[in-house]
Design a binder for this molecule. Structure first.
Ligand SMILES: N[C@@H](CCC(=O)N[C@@H](CS)C(=O)NCC(=O)O)C(=O)O
Length: 211
């Protein structure tokens, strides 16, 4: 039995899109951020960091978005969300999954939660501004690397494209949103057109403009 702890549009969006791409049976469990439920004693038993998402897979309780994504790709190989283990394509897939999680995704913490990075609240806007500058450069590099290829791995769609789609979406309020880069906009449009992704947006109540 699979259950995903989620909040609309949060990092849970990646595993949610994967679960719908896979066609797996799963339960969606809302973590009400409005009530700070991610910091409740009950939720902290699942993820002691108090962050979303968590995937429950039988006895396994897994936090960290990228770990959840890699687990789902491995558990359902028939869905083809990752290339075969031991291939060069798989190595490229790891490169993107790890780059996306520990570079732009991590940087978004400073953009969305600048107060966590300062001891003096008054300096939070400067932290946010610096995060914006770093994220802007990161998206420039990703866009150059993607070029006019349909997907990060070339012709082959993978979970890394869903991950990038989520990160493009998160930047829609930035001074220069990632969608302004034509390569990133084209990838996001391709992901958006996928029926599984449409189902996720509907289930999470996410309305246009999506990114
Ligand atoms: N590295 C963690 C980060 C997760 C994360 O930052 N989640 C955000 C939502 S996108 C969250 O839980 N925010 C609420 C909070 O920090 O209290 C992961 O990838 O799972």
């Amino acid at each position: 039995m699979l259950a995903l702890y989620y909040y609309p549009g949060n990092a849970s969006l990646l595993p949610h899109m994967m679960l719908r791409e896979i066609g797996a049976e799963f339960e969606l469990r809302l973590v009400d951020r409005g009530q700070n439920v991610q910091k409740s004693a009950e939720y902290l038993k699942l993820n002691p960091n108090g962050r979303i998402p968590v995937l429950v897979d039988g006895d396994l309780v897994l936090f960290e978005t990228a770990a959840v994504a890699l687990h789902l790709a491995d558990k359902f190989p028939q869905a083809g969300l990752a290339p075969a283990v031991g291939t060069s394509e798989r190595a490229e897939f790891y490169k993107w999954m790890i780059h996306l999680t520990n570079t732009p995704q991590a940087e978004y913490r400073a953009w969305f939660y600048p107060h966590e990075h300062v001891s003096d609240e008054a300096t939070a806007p400067a932290v946010k501004q610096a995060a914006n500058e770093r994220l802007t450069r990161m998206f420039d590099v990703i866009s150059e690397q993607l070029g006019d290829k349909p997907w990060l791995l070339g012709d082959r769609f993978s979970a890394a494209d869903l991950f990038l789609f989520m990160l493009i979406r998160w930047g829609r309020g930035m001074p220069r949103p990632p969608r302004n880069l034509p390569n990133l906009n084209a990838l996001a449009e391709r992901v958006l057109a996928r029926p599984a992704v449409q189902k996720v947006l509907e289930a999470e109540g996410i309305k246009a403009p999506v990114f």
